[in-house]
Design a protein around this ligand. Structure first.
Ligand code: TRP
Length: 356
């Protein structure tokens, strides 16, 4: 989000994130990770290289991974979504196909976890309207929606996000920079709850943000790659669809291909995508293409994406053929998240003297 400016404490978060990587490598089992996606469409290659790949890496290293389908949060920008059930099972197929393992990790939808949602009320008492109003990401989204369209849910969703995170005592939240203000609210809520209701021994951990180090891929139109802009390459796209999408990607008319993100952002993004799929560097890919122009660059990108995702797509097709299994995975995840959030809610009520 370009208009976003960060406070010194948010910049400090970025700093902490660097040290965290070493701590995770040393003792992955000490981390409970919560990461989440809004169910607004199919996951795409930008998600994969920006965050999904890292989730699987952390899971495989031995961290506890919780994956949240943020269906209430999706309502902040689309109130009625009749295809939500299909989007949700599609998301689960995407998660499993890229390697999230339902035996080790918990996939859940926050609308289905009642005690998580009950935490919203005590948490609302711990922040002021002025603090939420100052949150730059809320400000950006409110501006985009127009003031008249700003619902109470949209205004308070960072507090609800704190409930997502704290209900399962997650201590690590992998995010992009636009999410740092929300993480700051979750940390503030944890700290204030501890100070007010549990002064002897902190009850909630202060969750740390793990900033993604992955470079940003642009969408096919040169704008930010995003489900709502219809400019993505979905993970589930077939090889032919991928070719069709990439052939119409925006480039420029210079024949010589070089990696220059400032001057030639669209070409640079295709080079980066190809390099990520080939475990290479954009400079090396550019050197291979040389004077081949946009057509050769696109051919290289198409082949690289199709090679990289062929196994994921094959697994995904198998999974999608069994929606009953996908729903069972979600039901088991919802149950586990509910059991954990129930324990949290019980403890919170006790600390708040609401035990009668
Ligand atoms: N706000 C996140 C997004 O828009 C989604 C999200 C909701 C989330 N709750 C979360 C992310 C908790 C991490 C932790 O992408």
């Amino acid at each position: 989000m370009s208009a976003t400016t960060f406070t010194p404490s948010q910049l400090a978060t970025q700093h902490r994130s660097d040290g965290l990587t070493a701590a995770i490598d040393r003792d992955p089992a000490a981390f409970r990770i919560l990461s989440g996606d809004r169910p607004t469409g199919a996951l795409h290659v930008g998600h994969y290289f920006g965050s999904l790949q890292n989730r699987v890496r952390l899971q495989d290293a031995g961290a506890e991974l919780f994956v949240l389908i943020a269906d209430y949060q999706a309502m902040t920008d689309r109130a009625v979504q009749p295809d939500l059930p299909d989007i949700v099972t599609g998301l689960i197929a995407d998660y499993l196909a890229i390697g999230i393992d339902p035996d080790r990790s918990v996939i859940f939808a926050h609308s289905q976890v009642a005690p998580l949602n009950q935490l919203l009320l005590p948490f609302l008492s711990l922040v002021s309207v002025a603090e939420i109003s100052r949150n730059p990401t809320v400000k950006d989204e409110a501006a985009a929606a127009g003031l008249a369209a700003m619902s109470g849910l949209m205004f308070t969703y960072p507090v609800h996000q704190a409930a997502d995170i704290l209900s399962c005592h997650a201590n690590l939240v992998p995010v992009g920079v636009d999410q740092l203000p929300h993480l700051e609210i979750a940390r503030t809520i944890a700290r204030r709850f501890n100070d007010r209701y549990s002064p002897g021994a902190a009850y909630f951990p202060e969750p740390a943000a793990l900033l993604s180090s992955a470079p940003l891929l642009l969408g096919l139109d040169g704008q930010k790659m995003s489900k709502s802009r219809h400019n993505t390459i979905p993970l589930r796209a077939t090889a032919d669809e991928t070719a069709r999408l990439l052939r119409r990607a925006r480039t420029d008319s210079e024949r010589s291909v070089c990696y220059d993100p400032d001057r030639r952002p669209e070409v640079a993004s295709l080079l980066l995508l190809t390099a990520l799929c080939r475990a290479s560097t954009p400079e090396a890919i550019a050197a291979q293409i040389g004077d081949g122009g946009a057509a050769r660059l696109k051919a290289a990108a198409i082949e690289a994406v199709n090679d990289q995702f062929a196994p994921v797509r094959a697994r995904r097709a198998q999974l999608a053929a069994d929606p009953g299994y996908l729903r069972a995975v979600l039901a088991a995840g919802n149950e586990r998240a509910t059991a954990i959030a129930e324990d949290t809610l019980r403890a919170v009520r006790a600390l708040m003297h609401q035990r009668y």
